[in-house]
Structures are given as C-alpha cells and as structure tokens.
Design a protein around this ligand. Structure first.
Ligand SMILES: NC(=O)c1ccc[n+]([C@@H]2O[C@H](COP(=O)([O-])OP(=O)(O)OC[C@H]3O[C@@H](n4cnc5c(N)ncnc54)[C@H](OP(=O)(O)O)[C@@H]3O)[C@@H](O)[C@H]2O)c1
Length: 251
C-alpha cells in the first residue's frame, strides 16, 4: 500500500514516515523541500500516482490570520482534487481539539476551514484532532512574551508528545476511514501557565510567567473546556515531566 505523507519532513510527518516504513509500507514523504507543494500544486499529481492513502500533516509557514486561512484552504482544495483524480481511498488530516469552539483564533478558523473541505469532498476520510504537542510549549511561550514577561491564562490543557501523535496517525493510516473525527490527547491535564512555567524553569529561561485569565492564546480567550478533549479521546502514554527531563538533559 502506497501512503503519501504531505508535510513528511515536519515534526509529526518525519516520525509518521519512519513508523510506516518500519511496518513495511511504501511511503512517500512529500513537501516543498522534496518538490511537492500543496499550495502551488507543484509535483502533487506525480506524488499521488498509485497512492491509496494520503496523510496531511503540513503546516502553514505563517500563522497570520489571512495567510494561514489561505494556506489551509488552498492546500486542502488542491490536495483533495489531486486525490480524487488519483483514486485515493482514504484522506487523513491532523487538526486541533476544540478548533470549532474558538472562532476568535485565526489559526483555528483556518483548521475548521480545512476540516470543512474534507467533509464536503467525495474522498473517505478521518480527521484526527490532537491537543497541543509538548514540543509546542516553547512556541506558546514565545507567542505570549512581552519583554521578560510571558502572560498566559490558567486554562486547562491536556498536551501530548509528538511520538504518540505519530503512532496514532500510523494506526489510522492503515485502518478503515471513519468518515468522522477522532480525538487524541496526553495522559494528564495541566494548566497553560504551569505548562509554560515548568518548561521555562527547566530550561533556566529567565522569563517570568504571569497568570492573566484574559490573556489571549493565539488570538482567543480560553477556558477549561476550550482545549481539553472529550471522554472518548485516545490517550497517549508519555508524561510531560518525563519528556521535560529528557529534553533538558539533551540540551
Ligand atoms: N503544534 C501543535 O501543538 C498542534 C496540535 C494539534 C494539531 N497540530 C497540527 O499538526 C500539523 C503538523 O504540525 P507540525 O508541528 O508537525 O508541523 P511542522 O513541523 O511545522 O512541519 C510542517 C510541514 O509542512 C510542510 N509544508 C509547508 N508548506 C507546505 C506546502 N506548501 N505544501 C506541502 N507541505 C508543506 C513542511 O515542509 P518543508 O519542510 O519542505 O517546508 C513541513 O514538512 C499541523 O497541521 C497542525 O495544525 C499541531
């Protein structure tokens, strides 16, 4: 079975590609750095020839509202059209838990637009909505930094390590399409301010985290229900504390 991973050079994509190759599948890691661009369409038709399954784990180079919407809409349309032409039997995309609950976030509006295109297409699909990756903690800190202060709400999250996301995607890629959405989260709830504070402390970063219930998370206010999964989510195994210790010891 040929599986194409769009965004196959990224954090999740590269792990997914190696998982699937270890299972003996023919896998094409497709991204602009290997001549496949889902936004311009360059290289797409060739990449999809003979493919049964496509996993879209591409991400927008820009998180600016208009740019990110254009990225997910254009790449989504191009991909689905090319997949229909190639006879692809299962389209899988990685989205975000709570995306539809947070319309003030330009990034999440773009993920909802991506999901909408998938649901409207003729291709059988599975949408996987994951919570925030442990590896994204530095990006959250960066996005909320003003000078030496990181201003964040204390909303609950349930982040997950990228390896657990890649493992779940690999299972879905070789299974039947659900024509629905599956949620994926880490094993422990944690408050956003604590998540970032623990990371900065472990990294000996001198920035201070200030808790502010109205501080925005990528453009939107969030509460305890915004980013947390439903009861039937698949739960990863890796704990944040263990990941943090490993990450710090690796420099
Ligand atoms: N970060 C989180 O906490 C989180 C949580 C839930 C879901 N997600 C979703 O997870 C997905 C993957 O995220 P990630 O962190 O693994 O991304 P990443 O490491 O930033 O990788 C992005 C990938 O997208 C590729 N790409 C960029 N422009 C492209 C284009 N025009 N056509 C095809 N591929 C293109 C890149 O290719 P090059 O290397 O060639 O540029 C790279 O392989 C995203 O869709 C995101 O919305 C993220």
């Amino acid at each position: 079975m040929k599986i194409v991973v769009i965004g196959g050079s990224g954090l999740i994509g590269s792990k997914l590609v190696s998982n699937l190759r270890q299972q003996g599948h023919e896998v094409l890691a497709a991204s602009p750095s290997s001549g496949v661009n889902a936004v311009t369409g360059e290289g797409l038709a060739n990449a999809l020839t003979g493919a049964s399954v496509v996993v879209d784990v591409a991400n927008s180079p820009s998180f600016e509202d208009k740019a990110v919407l254009e990225f997910f809409e254009t790449s989504g349309r191009n991909l689905l059209a090319a997949e229909e032409a190639a006879g692809v039997r299962h389209h899988i995309a990685l989205s975000v838990v709570g995306a539809d609950r947070l319309p003030d976030s330009g990034y999440l509006r773009a993920k909802v637009a991506q999901e909408r295109l998938i649901k409207a297409s003729k291709i059988p699909y599975t949408i996987i909505r994951a919570t925030q990756f442990f590896e994204f903690v530095g990006g959250i800190a960066q996005s909320a930094t003003e000078g030496d202060t990181v201003r964040l709400p204390s909303a609950l999250m349930q982040p997950i390590v990228s390896d657990d996301v890649a493992a779940a995607l690999a299972d879905v890629a070789v299974g039947e399409p659900r024509n629905g959405t599956v949620e994926l989260a880490g094993p422990e709830p944690i408050r956003m301010d604590d998540f970032v504070r623990r990371f900065l402390t472990a990294k000996r970063d001198t920035r201070t985290v200030t808790t502010d219930p109205h501080a925005r998370y990528f453009g939107t206010e969030v509460n305890d229900r915004s980013l947390t999964p439903d009861d039937n989510a698949r739960i990863g195994t890796a704990r944040f504390g263990d990941w943090l210790a490993r990450t710090v010891s690796q420099g």
